[in-house]
Design a protein around this ligand. Structure first.
Ligand code: G6P
Length: 611
């Protein structure tokens, strides 16, 4: 949801900024822009991808300075065009040459704009951001840091910003509330970015800005303060990030790479967390709260998108293994519907990025109401990871593809571990847990086997890829997998797909089934297998074409399904981490066959930091 990068140092800023933007492009890609000070501030902006901006700016002079800011946008206010692209500047006629980039939303921009217009400011764009630029310009009195602090005291909403000024060419001011921002500390240079992927090529020393923090950076020093100018001391830490993790390597797309990384992702997620001999799960991040978890009377998972689907699997697992009443809620709904949180309620936020605004807000609400909060998060040091009482990281490595894949199975794996951790302390025997953990440890190899289906799935997908309506059906633990399969297909190939419990089909959606409609069933061997087969028959008798994910050795299913993707047999609670894999590949191949931009689907952004 908008990526920002800024540089101050002794090297040319332009290549560092453009490279950073490419790393951050997954956050938004409808327009991009950059500003570099080289005697005066030069600005280039363009609608479209970073590559369009790159071509434009490389053909222009005036961008050779050593301080600059850059932005890749996901539009909220104002259509994606050159004018609305960032950076924005203060009033051209009476301004101080202030240029600013922003990720977030200024909620009170309407009143501020009116105030500034009355003061004679003229606005160029339709964005909320421009108001902030003019406000800083209005307050500027020779001290950029003070003007930024003053302006931020007036705004409500969310922001991560970076600001430069013609009149103070050796100062970069950055600030944050609600949207992520990190400062990389190099030798005589600072690289500021929405996340570490734009920083690690230059330095591994960095600090994360807390909410309401302003940092003033010069080439050889920095200071951080609150917006009220109270000095702060940030904690500089070592970034654990390997650049190879964010390179495409032999793959055509990040989504493809991340699907294929899943066996290793699971291995990393499991490492050191299973004690098969003792029948114990080891989760250091929540050990301190083990007693509260054992005594929990209710668990509520909150998340959005794929994280919500993983949470739904978590609900089944928690009730199955830990025997604690569990619910799942869209974080966005939980936050605004005045939830009742009695004593003993634990709220678990599931999020790949750890920055999703709705999920973050839900956690804030839950904490205010006295609940214990846990984070099931991928990005280390992200806001949700820091704002929850405790948590368990996914450890699946950076996920760049906008369509989430390896994070899903990481989230399901962590919730499985969590449920087992609690269940073992409540009802589960050491023997049962030992067996479960042995099956968990074998899972990465099974996923590896499922990945060998790729060509077969591509071939089958090509037979149905022109169809515009698909259904995805599953029961029990595999019902959330059906939802996830449908989400994957629609978000990257723009095919209309609905996921639902297989039994629900006959309560309405069955009316959609016509001759040749593709209906994808998760039909693995488990307690509801026979019922799923009956649902398959219902589809077939109405002309639908059945694509089934089935258990190896189930030859009978070939009689009722046009296409069958076989996966190894694993215990029912663990099936989602395996059955989702063919559906991810199906969506991937459908998007490629339809010529879509797999890693940057239209209108989407990976990290949604607005409500
Ligand atoms: C966006 C992404 C989804 C993701 C959801 C939640 O919509 O496009 O892929 O599942 O946000 O993101 P989170 O980072 O909280 O898991």
């Amino acid at each position: 949801m908008c990526g920002i990068v800024a540089y101050i140092g002794r090297r040319p800023a332009r290549p560092i900024l453009l490279e950073g933007l490419k790393r951050l492009e997954y956050r938004g890609y409808d327009s991009a822009g950059l500003a570099v000070f080289n005697g005066s501030i030069a600005i280039a902006k363009s609608a479209g991808r970073v590559s369009v901006l790159e071509q434009k700016v490389n053909g222009l002079g005036g961008f050779d300075g050593t301080i600059g800011i850059a932005h890749t946008r996901w539009a909220t206010h104002g259509e994606p065009n050159d004018t609305n692209a960032h950076p924005h500047t203060d009033d051209v006629s009476k301004g101080h040459g202030i240029a600013l980039i922003h990720n977030g939303i200024i909620e009170n921009y309407g009143v501020l704009k009116q105030y500034l217009e009355e003061k004679g400011h003229t606005f160029n764009s339709d964005t909320d951001t421009e108001v902030l630029t003019h406000l800083i310009g209005e307050l500027y009195d020779g001290d950029l840091e003070a003007a930024v602090q003053g302006a931020l005291r007036e705004v409500t909403g969310a922001y991560a910003i970076a600001v430069i000024c013609n009149e103070q060419p050796d100062v970069l001011v950055v600030a944050r509330k609600g949207s992520p921002l990190m400062v990389g500390v190099g030798k005589d240079e600072y690289i500021v970015a929405s996340d570490s992927s734009a920083i690690v090529a230059h330095t591994t020393q960095a600090f994360t800005l807390d909410d309401y923090t302003v940092a003033k950076l010069t080439r050889d020093s920095f200071r951080t303060t609150t917006v009220d100018n109270v000095p702060l001391t940030p904690q500089i830490r070592e970034l654990e990030f390997d650049l190879d993790q964010i390179e495409l390597g032999r793959f055509s797309h990040y989504m493809e790479k991340e699907i294929h990384e899943q066996p290793d992702s699971l291995r990393r997620c499991l490492k050191g967390r299973t004690d098969t001999r003792e029948g114990q799960v080891v989760l250091g991040g929540i050990a301190e709260y083990a007693r509260d978890l054992v005594k929990a009377r209710r668990i509520i998972f909150v998340g959005q998108g794929t994280a919500l689907h993983a949470s739904m699997v978590g609900e089944y697992l928690m009730e199955d293994l830990a025997k604690i009443p569990t619910e799942v809620e869209f974080a966005s709904e939980f936050r605004y519907r005045n939830p009742i949180l009695e004593d003993g309620t634990v709220v678990i936020a599931v999020s790949q990025s750890g920055e999703t605004a709705d999920t973050l807000a839900a956690i804030t609400e839950a904490k205010q109401r006295g609940a214990l909060t846990l984070g099931v998060v991928n990005v280390v040091g992200s806001t949700i990871a820091r704002d929850t009482d405790a948590g368990v990281y996914l450890r699946v490595g950076p996920e760049i593809g906008v369509a989430s894949t390896k994070a899903f199975i990481g989230q399901v794996m962590v919730t499985t571990l969590l449920a087992t951790f609690i269940g073992r302390r409540r009802f589960l025997s050491a023997d049962y847990v030992s067996q479960l953990l042995t099956s968990l440890e074998a899972l990465p190899d099974h996923v590896e086997k499922a990945l060998q289906l790729s060509e077969e799935i591509k071939d089958a997908t090509s037979r149905y890829v022109e169809r515009e309506n698909w259904l995805f059906l599953g029961r029990g633990h595999n019902y959330p997998v059906a939802l996830e399969g449908a989400l994957k297909l629609k978000e990257i190939s723009y095919i209309h797909a609905e996921g639902m419990p297989a039994a629900e089909m006959k309560h309405g959606p069955i009316a959609l089934i016509d001759d040749g409609m593709p209906v994808v069933f998760v039909a693995t061997k488990n307690s509801q297998y026979e019922k799923v087969i009956s649902n398959i028959e219902e589809v077939r008798s109405r002309g639908g074409h059945v694509i089934a994910v089935a258990t190896e050795g189930d030859n009978a299913i070939r009689k009722v399904a046009e296409e069958v993707f076989y996966v190894p047999d694993v215990p029912e609670p663990l099936q989602p981490m395996l059955t989702v894999v063919p559906l991810q590949m199906l969506a991937y191949h459908a998007a490629v066959l339809r010529g879509k931009d797999v890693d940057k689907p239209r209108n989407l952004a990976k990290s949604v930091t607005v409500e």
